[in-house]
Design a protein around this ligand. Structure first.
Ligand code: 3EB
Length: 333
């Protein structure tokens, strides 16, 4: 069986030691501030403290030997199927987050066009002070505006829009990493949630451009990449101020999405515990014990490995957000 890539959460490793391993596409550590190794290959830290397993590194493996390059300030590794890119952009060099986001997305789309991996499958966006106003607009809303400006200026994402995460860090630059492919994935939306790109204007001057999930059918396997998911039903935040109820609502959303994928796109999984590569983003580290307790009460020994990361969710009234995937490793079958 040939897999386009797999991802493992491993014990601490020196990122630079992974540079010469030609089966390593990318490696990510979790730290108090974002940084990148001085390499073409995407070896970097995101500015989200890891609350429970502080010495974990997330390693992306390729079956085939990879190639690396740097273009437009983006660290890149790729094989025949996918391209992994990482951009760390000093947003303080721009007038505001709108301008920084616009520039970042222009660089990303330009790079994908040049290297001919046109289909973005999944993106992660991290930047500081996400819920703070700059000028008279919250920086998350500015980020959405800059992203949309790029899409309007360049003709947009190749269909469908990617799955995405957008989370606030406590300091550091605008950091975006992403996976793009030669062939398109399938869009999966959530029957319990308004599609984000159809959110009404009260949530910002432009709607956020992402899909709830991407389903990607590769030659020998099917993957699911689930966007950051929170306690939103329809387009409204539910259970303000109550992290336990927000967590339960988030889990209902993810379970509904997985069922819908099984029913409509032949997704080979049925429930939350079939998922992998779970990340729980917590606004306040003091919420960690209650969140762990709810997850264990709900799923017991079936609970997959979870990373708990400290970060700000993109609406100030959301306390917790969860992302997940279904990605089989070679050793899993
Ligand atoms: C939401 O439903 C939650 O703007 O790229 C989740 C994932 C959220 C990605 C983005 C925003 C983004 O609106 C917020």
């Amino acid at each position: 069986m040939s897999l386009p890539f797999s991802i493992q959460f491993l014990p601490v490793e020196n990122l630079s030691a992974l540079e010469s391993d030609e089966n390593v596409l990318a490696a990510i550590r979790f730290a108090s501030i974002a940084s990148a190794e001085n390499t073409d290959k995407p070896l970097f830290s995101v500015g989200l403290p890891n609350l429970a397993l502080s010495n974990v590194v997330e390693v992306w493996y390729s079956d085939e030997p990879i190639k690396t390059t740097a273009l437009n300030g983006i660290q890149i590794a790729y094989n025949d199927d996918i391209l992994f890119g990482h951009l760390l952009l000093d947003d303080t060099a721009y007038e505001d987050m709108t301008a920084a986001s616009n520039a970042a997305y222009r660089l990303i789309l330009e790079t994908l066009k040049t290297l001919d991996y046109p289909y973005l499958l999944r993106l992660w966006n991290y930047f500081a002070a996400i819920n703070e106003d700059q000028g008279d607009l919250e920086r998350y809303k500015q980020f959405c505006l800059g992203r949309q400006q790029t899409l309007d200026q360049t003709g947009g994402f190749m269909y469908p829009p990617p799955a995405a995460t957008a989370i606030g860090t406590s300091n550091g630059h605008l950091q975006i990493y992403f996976v793009a492919a030669k062939n398109a994935g399938l869009q999966l939306e959530n029957p319990r949630q308004t599609s984000a790109f159809l959110y009404p204007p009260q949530y910002g001057p432009v709607s956020p451009a992402f899909s709830r999930a991407t389903v990607k059918k590769w030659q020998d396997t099917t993957h699911l990449y689930i966007s950051g998911t929170a306690s939103i039903v329809g387009s409204k935040t539910c259970h303000k101020g109550d992290v336990e109820q927000q967590l339960n609502e988030t889990l209902r959303n993810i379970e509904a999405l997985v069922h819908h994928g099984n029913n409509t796109l032949d997704l080979p999984i049925q429930c939350f515990t079939d998922l992998s590569h779970l990340k729980v983003y917590l606004r306040d580290l003091l919420m960690l014990p209650i969140v762990e307790e709810v997850l264990i009460r709900r799923y017991g020994r079936q609970l997959p490995l979870v990373l708990f990361l400290q970060g700000d969710v993109c609406r100030s009234d959301l306390l917790v957000e969860i992302e997940a995937a279904y990605i089989l490793n070679e050793s899993d079958d």
